[in-house]
Design a binder for this molecule. Structure first.
Ligand code: NAD
Length: 407
């Protein structure tokens, strides 16, 4: 196409989306091209159907991962980052982490370089998807994981290195610790600024989308000045920015006898290990969950398993400047090019992208058609082996079945 227009970000943070927006995509490595082709077909047909051809996406390929390396000699070209930054919205398939090539993870690099500070993972049960839960229909949570700091900041010193020795002597001599010479050291930075912007986004999302609570997941009983501070700063930002719309769990019982006023969002906190039990035993009590980086990584994969696994779990990385929607699984190299895997994770991420753009009519068509396709037991191998009487189809056939239902 090539005559698409850029989505502009307004001063108040909202998006001005033209009828023909240009959206960059990274197709990804391994199974990436298969699931991207399937996703693009589904998104295009939903947009066409929802808006009668008045709106259309002009896709713009940008290079990264193996394809980026082959064509430019660079795993993550600056031009790709610049294009995504300018376009406000982008979508990507999974990318190989180049082992021993100097980059820890391309995905982590994209999040950090574009300051995509909120990793947003909705976890909602889709009827008929096999689940290990007794009542999976009670699951409707959205994890807001801080994306830029915590142990993922990459401040690590290998045991035996000169850097570790320097850190160790500083800590032992000046800070009263007694670390042995064979200790590796990792630093866990958690700041008020980054905590508050993440939690403010989580609260705003909960209010806009009708959730009744935001739970702060932390391990502050042990890590008081990092995870404990996260919870404290989170409560502060709720008071500073949302005092008319939020109450704490203590206020719920002290002032409202435990009966939640319909116009108030409850802010509560739970210790991380306990929350892993709670989301299994009482999932209905949790809606939006805001948490530091490492907790969020563990929790979002565990929750994904409760509603059908990583092949079904969508995700987005969102910052103030731009947002990148992505499949949450990896490149599954053994299935690369076989047209076999489940494209639902990327398709549902595409639906999230359309919602972010305000094109809800199209995202709803996708969600309904995907659910109906799974209910009809027309599914890829991963679901087929768990559903009695299922007919196993290829990745592209699954997408075609969704498109037929949209049409
Ligand atoms: P993976 O998610 O690629 O695959 C693990 C297994 O999960 C697969 O073998 C397959 O059985 C199943 N699976 C994954 N996606 C599926 C789908 N859509 N449908 C059906 N089954 C699916 O994890 P891995 O093997 O640990 O990682 C492979 C590569 O992907 C590594 O290079 C890793 O660094 C990278 N990775 C990238 C991302 C990302 O781009 N966001 C995330 C995780 C891993």
């Amino acid at each position: 196409m090539g005559n698409g227009k850029i989505i502009e970000k307004q001063a108040d943070g909202s998006l001005e989306v033209p009828e023909l927006p240009e959206i960059p995509f990274i197709e990804g490595d391994g199974i990436g091209p298969d699931i991207w082709r399937a996703t693009r077909m589904v998104i295009d047909s939903a947009v066409q159907k929802a808006f009668d051809g008045r709106r259309q996406i002009s896709w713009l390929e940008v290079l990264a991962g193996e394809k980026g390396f082959e064509k430019t000699g660079n795993w993550l070209p600056d031009e790709t980052l610049e294009t995504i930054r300018n376009h406000a919205v982008a979508i990507k398939g999974p990318m190989t982490t180049p082992v021993g090539k100097g980059i820890r993870s391309l995905n982590v690099a994209i999040r950090q370089k574009l300051d995509l500070y909120a990793c947003v993972r909705p976890v909602k049960y889709i009827e008929s998807v096999p689940s290990p839960m007794k009542r999976p229909e009670n699951i409707n949570m959205v994890v807001f994981r801080e994306n830029t700091e915590d142990l993922y900041a990459g401040i690590e010193f290998q045991a035996g290195s000169a850097e570790a020795a320097k850190m160790r002597s500083f800590l032992n001599e000046q800070m009263g610790t007694s670390l042995s010479a064979d200790t590796g050291i990792g630093i866990k930075p958690i700041s008020a600024t980054n905590t508050k912007r993440l939690v403010a986004r989580a609260i705003a999302y909960a209010l806009e989308n009708g959730f009744s609570s935001v739970t702060l997941m932390h391990k502050g009983n042990i890590m008081k000045f990092t995870e404990g501070a996260f919870a404290q700063w989170a409560y502060e930002v709720a008071k500073e920015k949302f005092s008319d719309h939020t109450i704490t769990e203590n206020e719920l019982y002290d002032q409202f006898e435990g009966k939640q006023p319909h116009d108030k969002l409850v802010i509560k906190d739970r210790i991380a290990d306990m929350l892993f039990q709670q989301v299994l035993l009482r999932p209905g009590e949790y809606g939006v969950i805001a948490t530091p980086n490492l907790n969020g990584d563990y929790l979002s994969d565990a929750l994904a398993a409760q509603v059908g696994g990583l092949g079904m779990a969508p995700g987005a990385n969102i910052g103030d400047r731009c947002a990148v929607f992505e499949a949450t699984h990896g490149t599954a190299p053994k299935y690369a090019g076989l047209d076999k895997v489940n494209p639902s994770s990327l398709i549902l991420s595409g639906a999230m992208m359309l919602e972010h753009m305000g094109w809800r009519e199209a995202s709803e068509l996708i969600r309904k058609a995907l659910q109906a396709t799974i209910q009809s037991k027309t599914v890829t191998y991963d679901l087929a082996r768990q559903i009695d009487g299922a007919s196993e189809v290829k990745c592209s056939e699954f997408a075609r079945a969704i498109v037929d239902r949209i049409g």
